[in-house]
Design a protein around this ligand. Structure first.
Ligand code: GLA
Length: 378
């Protein structure tokens, strides 16, 4: 069964909390998802990343939640999260240890999938550390995918293999719902701009399987586990707009219990989320490519509007011009066709254009546009 029709939206513990996780913080985060408007905006998965387990399996070989961090176990948490109308995500790894050195699923796939199903898990992030040299990468994801499918519960396989063996080519075939194609994100602009630059042409999304550009750093401001220097609000806006536009899963990584108003408004921007959740899930094509780090990309949306992303990722601090023309969108400039353009982030109606729209952008700044083309003669 296709368990993801559009990119999943949720929150994951890793970016801010690393190994410092516990039941209380997860429950408070679930509360914040509902009370602070994230659930209404579309976020549903509450995901516990690495470091949740005891170091030893039990006498039956089952994974055991850390008794201090999760004293009432995972089914208790799952019930709490489900009763709020949210879904529950957990983490394991294809190797013989998780990335942080905890027990992992290599050789235990079917038992672990059954355990996750018993705990009523809805989403499993499946990482790639300590994978045996003799092992077969694709086969490892296939095994866990089948183990989950046969577990009796509908569980999304969120594959995280950092781009090993070109996963865009095969993750859909083995049954994954999402796949990471890059190394880890950190809370500095260069981290998210590098991910975008090496992935924009590698997002071959279709309903059911999405390239995961990694968890969002919006609102971290340099604090927390992957916090480095942080980004400006303009850069967080670019980061979120790009992830939304690319059709990436939107998995928040800041402490949403305490996020400031700017972050909340950004992460809950309805129009950005609407583009991300477009029902046709089409990948983008390039529209403006006259200089190396200035990107113009367009996506056809389900109502036949275009979403157009213009972004300046040049190293220089100077402003650069990026543009989109009617010809780029498949209409002839001389035909008197018109583009009605809305700035998606601000909601501003920019008016009607019958040739092209030029924008001057600061370094790391973007404009996300919704364009309705009115063809001449009908
Ligand atoms: C890897 C993943 C991260 C995170 C850590 C946990 O580095 O890429 O997203 O899950 O492992 O140890």
């Amino acid at each position: 069964m296709l368990n993801l029709k559009t990119p999943p939206m949720g929150w994951n513990s890793w970016n801010t909390f690393g190994s410092d996780i516990n039941e209380k913080m997860i429950m408070e985060t679930a509360d914040a998802m509902v009370d602070l408007g994230y659930k209404d905006a579309g976020y549903e998965y509450v995901i516990i990343d690495d470091c949740w387990a005891e170091m030893e399996r039990d006498s039956e070989g089952k994974l055991v939640p850390d008794h201090n961090k999760f004293p009432r176990g995972m089914k208790y948490l799952a019930d709490y999260i489900h009763q709020k109308g949210l879904k529950f995500g957990m983490y394991s790894c294809a190797g013989y240890k998780t990335c942080a050195g905890y027990p992992s699923s290599y050789g235990h796939e079917f038992l672990d999938a059954k355990t996750f199903a018993e705990w009523e898990v809805d989403y499993l992030k499946y990482d790639f550390c300590y994978f045996p040299k003799s092992g077969n990468n694709q086969n490892a994801y296939l095994t866990m995918s089948l183990a989950l499918k046969l577990s009796g519960r509908d569980i999304v396989l969120a594959a995280c293999n950092w781009g090993s063996d070109d996963p865009a080519k095969w993750m859909n075939s083995v049954g994954a719902g999402t796949y990471r194609s890059t190394g880890d994100i950190f809370d500095v602009p260069k981290s998210f701009t590098d991910i975008f630059e090496n992935q924009w042409d590698n997002c071959k999304n279709v309903p059911g399987c999405f390239n995961d550009l990694d968890m969002l750093i919006c609102g971290m401001y340099g604090k927390g586990h992957v916090g480095v220097k942080g980004c400006s609000d303009m850069e967080y806006t670019t980061h979120f707009a790009v992830w939304a536009f690319m059709g990436s899963p939107l998995i928040m990584g800041c402490d949403i219990r305490n996020a400031n108003e700017f972050t909340r408004n950004l992460l809950q921007n309805k129009e950005l989320i609407r583009i991300n959740q477009d029902s046709e899930c089409r990948p983008p094509f390039r529209v403006c490519n006259y200089w190396e780090h200035g990107y113009g990309l367009a996506r056809i949306l389900d109502n036949n509007d275009y979403a157009v992303l213009l972004v300046n990722l040049h190293d220089k601090e100077t402003k650069e011009q990026v543009y989109v023309t009617l010809d780029d969108l498949g209409f002839r400039t001389a035909s008197n066709s018109e583009m009605e353009i809305i700035d998606v982030v601000s909601g501003e109606n920019l008016g009607t254009f019958n040739d092209c729209l030029n924008v001057m952008l600061e370094k790391n700044e973007c404009r996300l546009l919704r364009i309705k083309v009115k063809p001449a003669n009908g």
